[in-house]
Design a protein around this ligand. Structure first.
Ligand SMILES: Nc1ncnc2c1ncn2[C@@H]1O[C@H](COP(=O)(O)OP(=O)(O)O)[C@@H](O)[C@H]1O
Ligand SMILES: [Mg+2]
Length: 250
C-alpha cells in the first residue's frame, strides 16, 4: 500500500483499533423515501457476520450505503475505529473493502481472464495474485480464455468472489451470493469463504436469505426488517435459528 498515513491510519495496523466495521445510527434511502431507519451493528475483525431478512427489507441498501454508492442521511460508518462516512467508493476499495453485488456485474462478452484483470488497477500484480486465487477456483483457471457468459450461474458467482479476492480485501461485503444456486454449489461457496477467512483473517459481511448457508458460515447475525434490526446475536446462542426464521417465513 502506498496510501498516505494520515488518510489511512489503519493501514499496516494489526486491526486492534476497533471493530472491522461499525455502523451507527445509519439512515439512508432513495429520493423522498427512507429505507434504513437508524441501523447499528458492529463486526469484529476475522469474523463473519450475516445480515438476514426478506426481500425489500433494506439489506442491499445497507451494503450500498456502507460502500458509498448511496449517501447516508445521518449516522456513521467506521473501519477499525476510523470514520469513513461519506468516503467515495473508490477510496474504500483502495483501502481494503471489496463488494460482491447482488446483481450480475460480470462482463458476459469478455473472457474470464479479462473480467479478473479488470479488478486490479496494476496489471503487473495480476499473475501472482491470480495464481493464489486460482488454487481455490480451478474452474476459473480452466476457463480463463472462455467468455464469462458461458459459465454456469454458480461459476459466475465464483468469478465474482475471485474478482473481489484479487484485491486482497480485509473486509468483504457479499450480497446474496447463494441466490438461485444448487445446494452443492452453495456448499462449495461456504467452504471457499470459510477457508478464505481462516487463511487470510478476512472479515466478511454476508447478506442472505438462505438461513442454512448463513448460519453455517457466520459467527454473528442480525435480522433486518423494514430498515430496522429486530434481532441480533451470536449464531451459537441457543434459539438462533428460531429467532431468525420467525422473521423470514412468508
Ligand atoms: N434504486 C431504488 N430507488 C427507489 N427505491 C428503491 C431502490 N432500490 C431499492 N428500493 C426500495 O428500497 C427498499 C429496500 O430495498 P433493498 O435494499 O433492495 O432490499 P433487500 O436487499 O432487503 O431486498 C424496497 O422497498 C425497495 O423497493
Ligand atoms: Mg437485496
Amino acid at each position: 500500500m502506498t496510501a498516505h498515513a494520515a488518510e489511512t491510519p489503519w493501514v499496516g495496523s494489526k486491526g486492534d483499533g476497533g471493530p472491522a466495521l461499525r455502523v451507527r445510527g445509519l439512515r439512508s434511502g432513495y429520493g423522498e423515501s427512507d429505507v434504513l431507519h437508524g441501523v447499528s451493528l458492529s463486526v469484529e475483525p476475522r469474523t463473519i457476520y450475516a445480515i438476514l431478512g426478506k426481500n425489500g427489507m433494506g439489506k442491499t441498501t445497507l451494503l450500498k450505503t456502507i460502500m458509498g454508492f448511496l449517501l447516508p442521511r445521518s449516522g456513521r460508518v467506521e473501519l477499525l475505529g476510523y470514520d469513513v462516512t461519506r468516503w467515495p467508493t473508490y477510496r474504500l476499495v483502495r483501502h481494503g473493502v471489496s463488494y460482491v453485488p447482488q446483481e450480475k456485474s460480470i462482463f458476459q462478452d469478455l473472457s474470464v481472464g479479462d473480467n479478473l484483470r479488470l479488478a486490479l488497477p496494476k496489471s503487473s500484480d495480476f499473475h501472482s495474485r491470480f495464481e493464489a486465487v486460482a488454487a481455490r477456483f480451478p474452474v476459473l483457471k480452466e476457463r480463463f480464455q472462455q467468455r464469462a457468459g458461458t459459465l454456469s450461474g454458480g461459476e459466475q458467482k465464483m468469478l465474482l468472489i475471485a474478482r473481489a479476492l484479487l484485491a486482497r480485501p480485509r473486509l468483504l461485503l457479499v450480497d446474496e451470493i447463494s441466490e438461485g444456486l444448487q445446494p452443492l454449489m452453495v456448499w462449495r461457496l461456504r467452504e471457499i469463504l470459510a477457508e478464505e477467512r481462516g487463511r487470510t483473517g478476512l472479515t466478511i459481511v454476508l447478506v442472505e436469505q438462505n438461513v442454512d448457508f448463513a448460519l453455517a458460515l457466520a459467527d454473528h447475525y442480525a435480522v433486518l426488517k423494514l430498515g430496522t434490526i429486530v434481532e441480533a446475536g451470536r449464531v451459537s446462542d441457543a434459539g438462533t435459528r428460531e429467532a431468525v426464521e420467525q422473521h423470514l417465513v412468508i
